[in-house]
Design a protein around this ligand. Structure first.
Ligand code: FA5
Length: 353
């Protein structure tokens, strides 16, 4: 074997052992580089006799080309292999569904309030608001609930830390201590003080009670107050408005029943029951087999309330009602525990998206 064939064989054996492109580059340098074996042979040409030089030169160029194409062949083999490995290792399933993003959603109570507002605004009712931190006068006295009235026990209250000691009887001018409002009824007074009849408002909002919690009682819940005042409003108006509202809200025909009840700020006062939407009034565990569900307090506005708001009670009449928004949402969405609304549990909340 000639010297050049030996060099070629040697280069080929070295290439067979390579496993990456750096090793191939080293071989390229060892044979074709500035100080490479073939380059050295080429340099030795100048010392040769003319006739040998041409022949050896041609042979050298041929070997150089052969080694060059071997290098090319081996490096493309390695590149291909690397590429194949990459495809295997970095494989992407483009059909796989994207991971579910945790997105916020509207709270079921907020959704319920929006629905209620839609229905009432179609009947010409505006939405009014009042502060959650109230004074005693608005929360109690103006609503005909004096200090020693037994009805106050029904609305156990969270009192604010008072800046200064409040003395003397609670009046409009001396409005007493600050508290977290126990119902939305103070909004009736606030609205009537600023507006003249005819009045048609609803006032949804947060209320607070200092009481033990259970599946149907929270210390912080939402009420919807309603008030309609004009020269000749009667219970018939109330019945009509309430039946329309409830039938639209529950998306079925709802029967209502009024039972006499007592609230100091209405006369007469009543509890409003609706036929059980769970069993269509046939009798089930939700309605204790009665076919009826207790829903809200209501009544005709008491003359003292009109006086507190600055209206002449002989001139005007009106109805008012107060209903638990949480309870309305519970009935519609068949939720069995009111505490879920305030618990911030994503598993519960995301069902309302
Ligand atoms: C009142 O708060 C009166 N202001 C309602 C009213 C307004 C009567 C206007 C007449 C005229 P009561 O305490 O019953 O009433 O509460 C009204 C509604 O709030 C209840 O029917 C119930 O739906 C809801 N509710 C009361 N307590 C709780 C509670 N702890 N947790 C959740 N909902 C409650």
């Amino acid at each position: 074997m000639s010297k050049l064939d030996e060099l070629k064989k040697e280069a080929e054996n070295a290439l067979k052992k390579t496993s990456n492109l750096t090793e191939i580059d080293d071989i390229r340098r060892a044979y074709l580089g500035r100080k490479g074996k073939l380059t050295q042979e080429l340099r030795s040409l100048k010392d040769m006799a003319e006739k040998d030089r041409k022949k050896y030169g041609n042979a050298l160029n041929k070997i150089k080309e052969d080694i060059g194409s071997m290098l090319e062949e081996y490096s493309s083999k390695i590149r291909e292999e690397q590429y194949r490995n990459r495809i295997i290792n970095e494989w992407l399933d483009v059909t796989r569904p994207l991971p579910k993003k945790l997105r916020g959603s509207v709270h079921p109570i907020t959704k319920t309030i929006a629905e209620i507002e839609d229905i009432f605004s179609a009947m010409g009712f505006e939405t009014a608001e009042g502060p959650q931190i109230e004074n005693e006068w608005y929360n109690f006295e103006a609503l005909n609930i004096p200090e020693d009235h037994p009805a106050r026990d029904l609305w156990d209250t969270f009192w604010m830390k008072q800046d200064k000691e409040v003395k003397g009887p609670v009046t409009k001018q001396n409005p007493g201590r600050m508290l977290l409002r126990t119902h939305t009824s103070p909004v009736q007074i606030r609205y009537m003080q600023k507006n003249n009849p005819p009045i048609r408002i609803i006032a949804p909002g947060q209320v607070f009670r200092y009481e033990a919690t259970d599946a149907s009682h929270e210390i912080q819940f939402r009420q919807l107050e309603g008030l309609m005042v004009d020269k000749d409003i009667s219970i018939a108006n109330f019945r009509a408005v309430m039946k329309e509202f409830l039938s639209r809200y529950f998306k079925k025909d709802i029967s209502i029943r009024l039972r006499p009840s007592f609230f100091p700020f209405v006369e007469p006062g009543f509890e409003v029951d609706i036929n059980c939407i769970n069993c269509d009034a046939k009798g089930c565990s939700v309605c204790s087999q009665t076919g009826w569900l207790e829903l809200m307090g209501a009544g005709m506005v008491h003359p003292r309330v009109f006086e507190a708001a600055g209206y002449n009670p002989d001139e005007y009449a009106g109805f008012a009602f107060g209903v638990g928004i949480d309870r309305l949402a519970m009935m519609k969405y068949k939720i069995d525990d009111v505490r879920l609304f305030n618990a911030g549990d994503i598993r519960f909340l995301e069902q309302f998206k």
